[in-house]
Each structure stands twice: as structure tokens, then as C-alpha cells.
Design a protein around this ligand. Structure first.
Ligand code: AMP
Length: 448
């Protein structure tokens, strides 16, 4: 058991030791369809981000541990329970990145990006690692797509971040996404708010679990993330961050909401939304899908988080920068989105519908076939080939089922004659073409 009373996930060392080697718990192989969906999603999301002026960045999967300890915060689930940390033989303490923002900010500082025209707008995607209890929509290695707008304190940057991530979700086929939003204010507001939360929950301390009492001392904001049924009614009556916003913070949040109104983005203010991590300030937001699901208690509305983000004006100093670098960003949980069945229509550009089905019959033909494939590739003609032992009629049947209009047939006789049969499946006509003339024939007849 861990501190929160939850059953600790089984360690991989406890997983079956007999039989063939298996993948690590909570980490999955991506096979063809899912792989293409993921690639297609990333390609579409990158296209949208580039369109809005974001540039790509790829930070390493491994960072120094302090990049996250100092910033995500010691008293967060991520750092307390979920990070994969290790010590190298040289004695460095490293971590598999649990999220993207701290690494991007580390890169901004390291590369002196403050000397570039501000803001610096970056997008990234790839795997992230959290040692969570694997369950539906939650894995230990999962994929995110994120954007960051660094070096700007203006509310328009918050609005762009939400707009771009929402556009990506819409392109992935998601409808009725709820944008939940809240503001934690600046350092001053946040600290007043924390005090108010502390005083409030202190009055109800009897209802808190041991772990929650610990949180109350160290990070009372996180109590608002709690799923403990005893404190859900308490959360509803808890002080709201918005009541602690002063001056510029109030104005900033008002402007963000005005932008959303102008952009016709419906939003819902959720005063319990704090996104636990220490580096957030001002605006925080989440994209939520509410689904009716059959549960043990009957039909229930289930809240599914598809992504989120917020402002992190003080993160740079936490990472050792001399000055604050006001910034905002957010990330989408792409693995979760795809596992829910969205975005599967976003095929990557490399995946082409085959225009030709190539049948090779016999060993000699297989030897020659790679030369023919190269001719087709240079002519930019997507091909589906079969290395099977099936006979001609079975393979023609496959081509027909796949609705491919042209079939190339290379048999023993054709190999000897250095030719190939080109069959039009629509009118069932066929011609024998010299392999030397194939490129020309493709241009004039097939690809015309
Ligand atoms: P977060 O940085 O925790 O706000 O994560 C952003 C999004 O990533 C979430 O809204 C989820 O959709 C997704 N996500 C977070 N943790 C996991 C996980 N362990 N497995 C799969 N998806 C996750």
C-alpha cells in the first residue's frame, strides 16, 4: 500500500518470469492500425500548429531529475509516486520525462531563446512516462502532443493555446468538448488562496484521510483534485481561487474569457480546477468529454480528460533562470484520444492507397521483383505486393477485393523474356510490356 491507501501497482519484477519475455506492464506495442492513427494524428496536429506559427522541438526523453522535482513540485502525485527515476553508473540522477513543459522551458533557457523575437512558439510530441496503475485510458508510457508559447504575459497567448488545441481535437473528430477553465492568479493571489484553503480544510480535518492531512500541510491546492467521496461535498463549498484574484490577475482572466467569447469557444468555469502541479499560475484549463456510460450503479456521466494546460509564469526561475519568463501551454493525451476511437481517420501522408497489385510467381520472379518495385517507386505508384505462395487466381481475387485497378504479373516465362504482364482489372484487358519500357508505360497508361 502507498500513502494514499491505494494498492501499489505490481512491480515489473513481480510479473511472470516463466515463458517468453513480455512487454513491461503499462507499456504497449503499437501495431499497424494504431501506429498509423498515432502518426496521422501527430501529422495533422503538427500541420495545425505550424499554421498558427508554432515551430517543432524535440527534447530528450531523459532529463535531470531536478528539472521535475523543483518544478512539478515535491508534493504532487507525479513526483511522489509516478516518476521513473534512476541513477546512472556515473552517479547522475535522471528521470524519464513525465510531462513536456519543464523540458521545453529547460531548452528555452539552455539555448538562450530569450534573444529571439518573443514569444517563442513551440510544439512537440512523443512518449511520456508515469508509473501509474494501468487502467483504461491510463498507461505507463503514453503519447502527448503539446504546444508552448514562451516569453509573453499577454492573455492572447492563453487564448491561442486553447484555440489551437481545441482545433486539433475537432479535426480528430471530437464534438461537444467542454473547456473547463479557472485562474489561480499570480504568486500573491495564489498564496492568499492557499492560506484560505488551509483554514477551510483545517476546520474539516476530521473528514480527511492521513494522506490528505499530509497534503493539507504541504500543498492544500491538491485537495481539490481529490476523488475521496468524503470530501467531494467539502470541495463544493471550498473557497474559490477567483475570489482571491486581484488587480492585474483579475484583468488577465477577464481578458482570456473575453477572447474565448469572441472566438465562440464555450467554456465552463470550474473553481475546483487547479491542475495540482506547482508551476501553474494564472489561467489553468482542461478539455473534458462527458460520456454516458453503463456502470455498476447504472447509467452515469463519466468525465474524461483529453488534455489540459495553463500559465507557468514562474517556471523559468524554478529551473534556475535569472528572470521570470511568462509563458503558457498545454498538451493533449493522444493515446487516450485514439483509444477512445477518435482520430483514426487521420491517416499519415506516407500511407498511400495502392494503385497496383504486384504478383510474383516462382523463385526467379521474386529475385527480379525488387527491380520492378524500384521502377514503380520512382514512378510514384503506390504498390501492394504479395510474397505469398498463393497461385495466380487467389492473388487476382485479393486484388479484386481490394479494388485495385492494375495488376502486374511476373512469372517464370516473363522473367526469361525480361517482360511483365500488365492487367487492367476494370476491363480485364492485359498486355505484355518489356521491363525496360515499364517506366514509360506507367507514365503513358497507368499514371496518366
Ligand atoms: P496532464 O499533463 O496530466 O494534464 O496530461 C494531459 C493529458 O494526457 C490528460 O488529459 C490525459 O488525456 C493524458 N494522460 C495523462 N496521463 C496519462 C496516462 N498515464 N496514460 C494515458 N494518458 C494520459
Amino acid at each position: 500500500m502507498n500513502k494514499s491507501g491505494a494498492k501499489e501497482p505490481k512491480d515489473d519484477s513481480q510479473v511472470k518470469k516463466e515463458g517468453p519475455v513480455q512487454s513491461v506492464k503499462g507499456m504497449r506495442d503499437l501495431l499497424s492500425d494504431e501506429f498509423f492513427s498515432l502518426e496521422g494524428f501527430f501529422e495533422k496536429a503538427s500541420e495545425i500548429a505550424l499554421y498558427y506559427g508554432f515551430q517543432p522541438i524535440q527534447t530528450p526523453l531523459i532529463e535531470r531529475e531536478e528539472a521535475f522535482l523543483r518544478t512539478v513540485g515535491e508534493y504532487t502525485d507525479i513526483v511522489q509516486k509516478e516518476t521513473y527515476t534512476f541513477r546512472t553508473k556515473g552517479g547522475d540522477r535522471l528521470i524519464l520525462r513525465p510531462e513536456g513543459t519543464a523540458g521545453v522551458m529547460r531548452a528555452y533557457i539552455e539555448h538562450g531563446m530569450h534573444t529571439l523575437p518573443q514569444p517563442v512558439m513551440l510544439f512537440y510530441y512523443g512518449p511520456f512516462f508515469r508509473h501509474e496503475n494501468p487502467q483504461r485510458g491510463r498507461q505507463r508510457q503514453f503519447q502527448q502532443f503539446g504546444i508552448e508559447v514562451l516569453g509573453i504575459d499577454k492573455s492572447v497567448a492563453d487564448a491561442i493555446t486553447i484555440r489551437v488545441l481545441l482545433t486539433i481535437l475537432e479535426e480528430a473528430g471530437l464534438k461537444d468538448i467542454i473547456v473547463e477553465i479557472n485562474s489561480l492568479g499570480d504568486k500573491e493571489c495564489r498564496s492568499q488562496y492557499k492560506k484560505a484553503l488551509y483554514a477551510y480544510f483545517k476546520r474539516h480535518i476530521g473528514k480527511l484521510s492521513a494522506n490528505e492531512k499530509e497534503l493539507l500541510k504541504n500543498n492544500p491546492l491538491r485537495l481539490l483534485d481529490s476523488k475521496n467521496p468524503d470530501i467531494i461535498p467539502l470541495k463544493e463549498k471550498a473557497p474559490e481561487a477567483m475570489d482571491y484574484l486581484t488587480g492585474a490577475s483579475k484583468e488577465h482572466f477577464k481578458e482570456v474569457l473575453e477572447y474565448l467569447d469572441t472566438l465562440k469557444i464555450p467554456f465552463r468555469i470550474n473553481s475546483n480546477l487547479v491542475r495540482g502541479l506547482d508551476y501553474y499560475s494564472q489561467t489553468v484549463f482542461e478539455f473534458v468529454l462527458e460520456k454516458e456510460e453503463e456502470t455498476e450503479k447504472g447509467k452515469e456521466s463519466v468525465r474524461i480528460e483529453l488534455g489540459g494546460g495553463g500559465r507557468y509564469d514562474y517556471l523559468a526561475k524554478m529551473l534556475g533562470a535569472k528572470k521570470d519568463i511568462p509563458s503558457v501551454g498545454g498538451a493533449l493525451g493522444v493515446s487516450r484520444i485514439i483509444s477512445l476511437g477518435y482520430g483514426t481517420h487521420l491517416k499519415p501522408r506516407i500511407l498511400k492507397k495502392p494503385r497496383v497489385f504486384f504478383i510474383q510467381l516462382g523463385f526467379e520472379a521474386k529475385l527480379q521483383s525488387l527491380g520492378v518495385i524500384e521502377i514503380l517507386r520512382k514512378a510514384k505508384l503506390p504498390v501492394r505486393q504479395s510474397l505469398s505462395k498463393d497461385g495466380l487466381s487467389v492473388q487476382l481475387g485479393i486484388a479484386e477485393r481490394l479494388k485495385i485497378s492494375w495488376v502486374l504479373i511476373l512469372g517464370q516465362k516473363e522473367v526469361l523474356e525480361e517482360s511483365i504482364i500488365v492487367r487492367n482489372m476494370e476491363d480485364r484487358s492485359q498486355q505484355t510490356v518489356k521491363i525496360a519500357d515499364l517506366a514509360d508505360y506507367i507514365k503513358k497508361v497507368i499514371a496518366k
